[in-house]
Design a protein around this ligand. Structure first.
Ligand SMILES: [Zn+2]
Length: 350
């Protein structure tokens, strides 16, 4: 550690020995900026920056400054007077005693005197730093993290799992976000003041989420500092469009393809929805576009007081190709049919 006693801290800061606190602070700020390794550019000087910081650390505190003044030999009538003004009789006596001791020591053993006062300043400095470390720091809550998650409509209806990558950011534990340590750029965060960490976690997305839903994963946000709470992770749900499923409020909409003969004869069609297989009854003579409602089998609201429906829209679909014998059957149907399917249309056109 530096030989504080031998250094002229006032000269380092470029101020008079009777400079006010304000003057000392102003001088420190000016010089710190002048030599700051990150700000000063060409003029940057880490050694000088460090020296200025150390000088300020001692001189900014009125008691430490006095001790330094006394030990360095700067104590003058003016400082003595100041001391008398600020302190009671008991302190004054202690001060006089201290001065006496200092003088005696200095006279008897100049070398050990220098050493002892340097030690005293070192201790002073050390305890100051210790004090800083233990000083009360207000708790800071960690920030929440939002990430977008795309899921299919089917997953929204049934619930799903996802592996997500989260980027946690927190103040650098080495420099505590100050970016510099004793005038040197922090090596852990490279002077950014914060560190980032990737984390992979499995998240459960409950059934019944919809477009824009926010799924909260507790305490997976950024870490709180100094006893502050950890933030939460929020998954912002994007439901991808799908030609078979859609969600409208608490209702689940489903387009169900059926064959022409299922439409005519009726059918029972298994449909996997809401984590179970339900049998959808298609009544005989069902037309394309007809809707079937499965009441109360849709999504539940948050307070579980209301349930939506599953609304099925039947769509008669043809295969890409019919075999020749199947086409033959259609031809026979056509030949024997005697109903007039467009009678209503003709009436409407009149
Ligand atoms: Zn750092």
């Amino acid at each position: 550690m530096a030989n504080y006693y031998n250094k002229d801290l006032y000269k380092i800061l470029g101020v008079n020995i009777d400079a006010s606190e304000t003057e000392i602070k102003a001088a420190y700020k000016k010089l710190a900026l002048k030599y700051h390794p990150d700000v000063a550019g060409k003029n940057a000087d880490e050694t000088k920056f460090k020296e200025v910081q150390e000088a300020y650390e001692i001189l900014k505190n009125i008691e430490n400054r006095k001790k330094y003044d006394i030990l360095h030999g700067f104590y003058t009538e003016k400082i003595k007077k100041e001391y008398e003004i600020y302190n009671n009789t008991q302190n004054k006596n202690k001060y006089e005693e201290f001065i006496k001791q200092v003088k005696a020591q200095k006279k008897n053993s100049p070398e050990s005197f220098t050493k002892s006062i340097n030690d005293a300043l070192e201790n002073l400095f050390h305890s100051q730093n210790m004090h800083k470390k233990q000083a009360y720091k207000p708790p800071v809550n960690g920030e929440d993290i939002n990430i977008d998650v795309s899921i299919s409509c089917f997953e929204a209806i049934n619930g799903t799992n996802r592996k997500v990558n989260i980027l946690h950011t927190q103040p650098c534990p080495n420099c505590h976000g100050r970016t510099f340590i004793n005038g040197t750029k922090c090596s852990m965060c490279n002077g950014s003041g914060e560190i980032s960490q990737q984390k992979k976690i499995n998240v459960k997305i409950p059934k019944g989420v919809y477009q824009g839903s926010k799924v909260r994963i507790k305490k997976e946000g950024n870490k709180g500092q100094n006893g502050g709470k950890d933030g939460d992770l929020f998954l912002i749900i994007n439901v991808e469009k799908n030609s078979y499923f859609d969600i409208e409020g608490l209702n689940i909409l489903c387009n169900l393809p059926i064959t022409p003969y299922e439409a005519v004869l009726g059918a029972e069609i298994p449909l996997y929805i809401m984590n179970e297989t339900i049998n959808v009854k298609i009544p005989p003579m069902t037309s394309s576009g007809q809707k079937l409602k499965l009441a109360g089998q849709g999504l539940e609201n948050k307070s579980k007081t209301k349930k939506g429906d599953i609304i099925i829209t039947v769509l008669i679909k043809l295969p890409e190709q019919y075999r020749a014998d199947e086409l033959e059957l259609y031809k026979r149907l056509q030949a024997t049919a005697d109903y007039d399917i467009r009678k209503d249309l003709r009436n409407a056109s009149k």
